[in-house]
Design a protein around this ligand. Structure first.
Ligand SMILES: [Zn+2]
Length: 461
């Protein structure tokens, strides 16, 4: 009886201490997360520690001090919150990409493709992304740069230079599980006003996605997108170097987020006050250039100074390096200068190599420290073959599919539609002609090994 009574007292005291500690948990964590932490971590730690006490110490010897030590152990245990993040780069729907999707949908339903009304027809874009759909849907937060707007029926479905992509593209992006859609890029004014921008952004918003870089008025540019996921508040900002010479009319209320030190400082300041972690999408750099230019580096330094955590570069259509940038105050920023194209009907081999950025955002709720863990550049290849053209703006590229570079083969590379165009373009793959080997050479030359998946470490001499 005496043993049982002491055991009961030990458990009761430990419980009281534990409950008191729970009350001190960071108040910023919402109640849902607080429940998770309590149920999944703390209670687990508590029961394990209690078991340790009962097995290692005899209860006759247990005194209050020993119980106190047990509770100290609980408070020292690291309690972390985690959010997985995936970024996919430029989703560029050239005519060959949408004609391919149209023909796939016709094949699916056993009909002849009908090219007469590109707004009102079936498309199958899903097939393009089938090798990467799991990784997208598994991420807590998935970002994509939707480079070509789904502008709606107000304009023709068309490609370069002023794109208007079928609405089915937006549905596919949503169905794949993308949460954050970037529209701050050089094609955001492709309707020569804000019609496509508004139509595309409002559609994504109506589907529950967060659209970044979309500011219909000055007030909205102060209302920064923050996603609270797993108890970590992540802010998103987005800037573009330009809009292909197209400008909004002077009486428009829209704010187009061009790179500007003043705008960046103002928005990062707001973001810092309301979030734990800041991601900035940067549409910048020279097209078809493997190295970051001075402007990219200088804006990256500014964002590092301001305390931005991740700089996500888009636009050059080829990969560019990534690096940790650390300033004298210890600010640490992961800078990815360019991830290349997610999908495109571009013509050079160098435009086919790209990356998805995968990482974990971790928050220690005792210290409030938030940091990046396991940042990985996941190499991908856009594959297509050459078939016949069905329109004057169609290159005839078909069977678009994104492959993980690790699954890509020399055999597939030898059938790639890009091969015959390689020599006419100045930005080539390292080693020349399009092949798995030259894709790998290029990857190793520009992406530091520390950011590549384990399997890529083995191949290096
Ligand atoms: Zn661009």
């Amino acid at each position: 009886m005496k043993k049982a009574f002491i055991k009961f007292s030990v458990i009761l005291l430990t419980l009281i201490i534990f409950v008191l500690q729970c009350g001190c948990l960071d108040q910023e964590i919402n109640s849902e997360i607080s429940t998770n932490v309590t149920s999944e971590n703390s209670i687990k730690d508590y029961s394990e520690n209690t078991l340790d006490v009962s097995s290692e110490n005899s209860f006759e010897e247990s005194e209050f001090d020993e119980n106190y030590e047990v509770s100290e152990e609980i408070s020292e245990a690291p309690i972390e919150l985690r959010t997985s993040f995936l970024a996919c780069p430029d989703n560029i729907i050239h005519p060959s990409v949408f004609y391919d999707a149209l023909e796939r949908a016709a094949r699916d339903s056993g009909k002849e493709p009908d090219y007469s009304d590109l707004h009102n027809t079936e498309y199958n874009f899903t097939e393009i992304y089938k090798n990467v759909e799991d990784i997208i849907s598994n991420a807590d937060i998935a970002y994509i740069n939707q480079e070509t707007l789904t502008g709606g029926a107000g304009g023709k479905i068309i490609g370069y230079p002023c794109f208007n992509s079928p609405m089915a593209v937006a549905d596919t992006v949503i169905d794949l599980g993308f949460d954050v859609i970037n529209v701050a890029h050089n094609h955001m004014l492709d309707s020569r006003d804000t019609e496509y921008l508004e139509h595309c952004s409002e559609y994504f918003i109506s589907k529950g996605a967060d659209v970044i870089g979309y500011y219909p008025n000055a007030e909205s540019s102060q209302n920064i997108t923050v996603i609270n996921k797993n108890g970590i508040k992540i802010a998103f900002l987005a800037y573009t170097y330009g809009t292909n010479g197209l400008r909004i009319s002077t009486d428009s209320e829209f704010i187009i987020p061009y790179f500007s030190e003043d705008l960046i400082k103002e928005q990062v300041k707001i973001a810092k006050e309301i979030s734990d972690f800041i991601i900035v999408s940067c549409h910048w750099g020279y097209e078809n250039t493997y190295k970051a230019n001075d402007e990219q580096k200088s804006y990256a330094r500014l964002m590092n100074e301001l305390g931005v955590d991740l700089v996500l570069g888009m636009h050059p259509h080829v990969i560019q390096p990534m690096e940790w940038m650390i300033n004298e105050n210890g600010n640490r920023t992961l800078v990815v200068y360019s991830l290349g194209n997610f999908v495109s009907g571009m013509v050079s081999g160098s435009n086919m190599l790209a990356g998805m950025l995968s990482m974990e955002i971790v928050k220690n709720i005792e210290t409030n420290e938030v940091y990046i863990e396991s940042p990985v550049f996941l190499p991908i290849v856009t594959h297509y073959v050459k078939k016949s053209r069905v329109a004057s703006n169609d290159t005839g590229y078909r069977d678009f599919e994104i492959y993980h570079l690790s699954d890509y083969t020399e055999e597939l590379a030898s059938t790639h539609g890009v091969v015959r165009y390689e020599k006419s373009h100045s930005t080539t793959l390292v080693g020349g002609k399009f092949s798995k080997e030259t894709l790998l050479n290029t990857l190793y030359k520009y992406i530091p090994l520390e950011f590549l998946p384990e399997e890529y470490h083995i191949n290096v001499q």
